[in-house]
Structures are given as structure tokens and as C-alpha cells.
Design a protein. Structure first.
Length: 101
């Protein structure tokens, strides 16, 4: 039996599902994060790295609770995004600023 976490980042939320190789999906959860817009430019939208990471932690905790398994049981994580934000990075891949959508 192998347990993995599937993670999908969307425009306004992250979704996490916990899967067992034999029993299928055991539990899932999601957590929202804000999109920041500029009133004078309808095409300008950003998001914050800290908001994404906080939502990921929240959704992971809730999905693990729904699945009834400890985090230590998860052997792998498979992340996915439905968009392609631009993220300015510093040394060590630390975000320099907000994500541009």
C-alpha cells in the first residue's frame, strides 16, 4: 500500500487529495487564497507566495484528517497548476515579489 498526495493549484484555491494505491481516494480538502487586482487595470492580477503556502498547509492538514492518515504516511506529493503565473525569483528560488497572473 502506497499513500500519495495530489495537489492542484488553481486561480483562487488549492485542492489536495490523499490516495491509497489499493483503496483509491481516501480524503480531500481545499483552501482559498486571494487574487489581488488593480482597479485601473482590469488585466493586472497578482497573488502572494505566503498565501499559497498557507493555503497548501491548511488543505493538506484537512485532507489528511479526512483521510484518517498521518502526514508521515504520505510517500510522495504530485503538484499541478492550472495556470502559468510569472514568479520573480532570487537565489535559492525564493520569490522576490507577488506572482503575476
Amino acid at each position: 500500500m502506497s499513500i500519495v498526495a495530489g495537489v492542484d493549484f488553481g486561480t483562487q484555491s488549492v485542492r489536495v487529495s490523499i490516495f491509497d494505491s489499493q483503496r483509491g481516494r481516501l480524503g480531500s480538502a481545499s483552501a482559498d487564497y486571494p487574487v489581488f487586482r488593480t482597479p485601473d487595470d482590469p488585466d493586472h492580477a497578482t497573488q502572494r507566495h505566503a498565501d499559497h503556502m498557507s493555503a497548501l498547509a491548511e488543505a493538506c492538514r484537512a485532507a489528511l484528517q479526512a483521510a484518517g492518515v498521518p502526514g508521515s504516511a504520505v510517500e510522495a506529493m504530485a503538484p499541478d497548476t492550472t495556470g502559468s503565473p510569472v514568479v520573480p525569483l532570487a537565489t535559492g528560488l525564493a520569490p522576490l515579489d507577488d506572482y503575476y497572473l
